[in-house]
Write a protein that binds this ligand. Structure first.
Ligand code: MSP
Length: 526
């Protein structure tokens, strides 16, 4: 029998700044995948959270004259508020300062040490302060940090090392035998060519100079360096090494860790090695997505953007709805690749997809039901070949959409649903109920057309609910659907006979693009 549990994670975010649209990317995509799986009947655990230790956080807090926790609490509250505005349905929000995490990380570090995989030595190399990453000379690109392109400083200090080199062969084998471990495929090739083929070096996993972190229990001068602390969140959140490991037993190994491409190395090389050392199974898949690119750069932690480059996602949510932000992130950036953001692209996508397709279908269809049938969906149906073909096409597209989400291709899954919307609009255009209405005895045919068009609409909207959870549920409720369930084996079989609906205002009103661009530019430059 198919395993119906589904565990999906975002990275835990650095609360080093207010969250950008770029930070929303991973979370929105994971949320859509999580919601879709819930609707398919999976028991889903969707984890997100914050990565709160390290020198950088301590520096920011002190610059603001705040205690670390005071600063962190503010940012975390702000992040949670943003996730709620974006309708993010996480099951757990982990903070690496949470007591249970601190306790479990302490035990994990001890365990790695007892297994003989951690030893003390001198670290000599380069360190990127903003990224909190240690690098060897060879890894630098033009003498700069390979992740963010900034200057690095010399590091020379006593610390504990993790024997990453010991796991080199096992990890190479993992890449040879499991082609789905790291996706897209190009990222796996990158790991093999840039890191594995050059040989793995032991990794510095503690620091003496950083005080804001979890202390090493057997050597209190040292704090556990950020990656062991951060990566292990995926298991401590499930209660690993706590009194109650039931969630861990149920959901580990994760079905997928979704992450941005710049942290693939940590997740696909270091994390598996840590798990191997702990004797735990590896996550089934790691997906390294691309970046949202704004004026040629990434909206992110390390490359500070100019004032008018950073667009607070709240502005977009308030003006255009959270669905508008989700539509853009899911639909316009192919999952796995980089994609540009601009106000124009965002607004055009709003009009082209949300106003013209998604919103238009329900308002026009409900309008027709009101006009031709006093708002009542009748059961006088006599399908013709046209209806049969319509249902078959929808069935195929629904199947595609489900298949694509299971393959972790949310952009394609979303596009398949939008094709259902196109089918419905096309079906209505071809059937022309407004002309049938003029024919004598046309009532039965109109009832049939509208009945099937509503079935198509409901198929599309139940699938869309995972992608656009703010608005489409309003229409589903009109048809008596409160809790969305996707039935993989049925199609166009909703119980709607006799339901009465009333006219609605369009879910997404068309925007005047030029006017909106002007407004957004004004806001960005304020
Ligand atoms: N704290 C680490 C993750 C530790 S996970 C064990 C971290 N945090 S982060 O806040 O800097 O980034 C979190 C996620 O946001 C990353 O997956 C990153 O790729 C993503 N994004 C930040 N800016 C982004 C874009 N402009 N576009 C897409 N995603 C981006 O890394």
């Amino acid at each position: 029998m198919e395993n119906k549990n589904f565990y999906i994670t975002t990275p835990i975010y650095y609360p080093s700044n207010k969250f950008t649209l770029g930070n929303c990317y991973t979370t929105v995509l994971c949320d859509a995948i999580a919601r879709f799986h819930r609707a398919l009947g999976y028991d889903v655990f969707f984890l997100t959270g914050t990565d709160e230790h390290g020198q950088k956080i301590a520096k920011i807090a002190s610059a603001k004259n705040m205690k670390e926790m005071q600063y962190l609490n503010e940012i975390v509250a702000d992040a949670k508020d943003l996730w709620s505005l974006l309708n993010i349905s996480y099951d757990k929000f982990i903070r690496t300062t949470d007591d249970y995490h601190v306790k479990a990380v302490t035990k994990i570090f001890n365990k790695l040490y007892q297994n003989g995989d951690i030893y003390k030595s001198i670290y000599k190399g380069k360190y990127c302060v903003p990224c909190e990453s240690f690098w060897s000379e060879e890894q630098l690109v033009d003498g700069k940090c390979p992740d963010c392109g900034r200057d690095v400083i010399d590091a020379n200090e006593e610390c504990y090392f993790f024997k990453l080199s010991k796991y080199e062969d096992k990890i190479k084998k993992l890449y040879q035998t499991n082609k789905n471990f790291l996706l897209p495929e190009s990222r796996a090739n990158e790991m093999i060519n840039n890191f594995l083929s050059k040989g793995l070096k032991d990794l510095c996993v503690s620091r003496k100079t950083v005080k804001w972190g979890i202390p090493v229990e057997f050597d209190k001068d040292q704090t556990i360096y950020v990656w062991v602390d951060a990566l292990t969140n995926y298991i401590t959140a499930l209660g690993y090494l706590s009194e109650d490991e039931s969630l861990f037993k149920k959901f580990w190994p994760a079905d997928v860790h979704v992450i941005g491409k710049e942290i693939v190395r940590f997740h696909s090389i270091i994390w598996p090695a840590i798990l191997m050392s702990l004797g735990l199974p590896l996550p089934k898949m790691i997906f390294g997505h691309g970046w949202l690119i704004f004026n040629g750069g990434k909206l992110s932690k390390s490359k500070e953007s100019g004032k008018n480059e950073v667009l607070d996602p709240r502005i977009l949510i308030e003006r255009y709805s959270s669905d508008a932000v989700r539509n853009f992130l899911i639909g316009e950036i192919s999952f796995g690749q980089d994609g540009p953001y601009s106000q124009e692209l965002f607004l055009n996508s709003f009009n082209g997809i949300l106003a013209n397709k998604v919103g238009n279908l329900s308002s026009r269809l409900i309008g027709m039901i009101c006009k031709y049938q006093n708002g009542i969906i009748t059961n006088k149906i006599s399908p013709t070949e046209q209806e049969q073909n319509f249902v078959n096409t929808i069935k195929q597209l629904k199947c595609d959409s489900i298949q694509k989400i299971k393959e972790l291709k949310p952009t394609l899954s979303y596009k398949s649903v939008l094709k259902i919307i196109d089918e419905c609009n096309g079906y209505i255009d071809n059937c022309k109920p407004w002309e049938v209405a003029k024919q004598e005895g046309g009532e039965e045919r109109i009832a049939t057309i509208l009945y099937f068009a509503v079935q198509g609409l409901l198929e599309a909207y139940t699938l869309l609910d995972a992608f656009l959870p703010e608005k489409v549920c309003q229409v589903l409720k009109l048809f008596g659907i409160d809790k969305v369930k996707i039935d993989e084996n049925a199609c166009c079989n909703f119980k709607i006979d006799g339901i009465k609906v009333e006219k609605i205002t369009p879910l997404f009103a068309r925007l005047d693009i030029n006017k909106e661009i002007e407004e957004l530019d004004k806001i960005a430059n304020d």
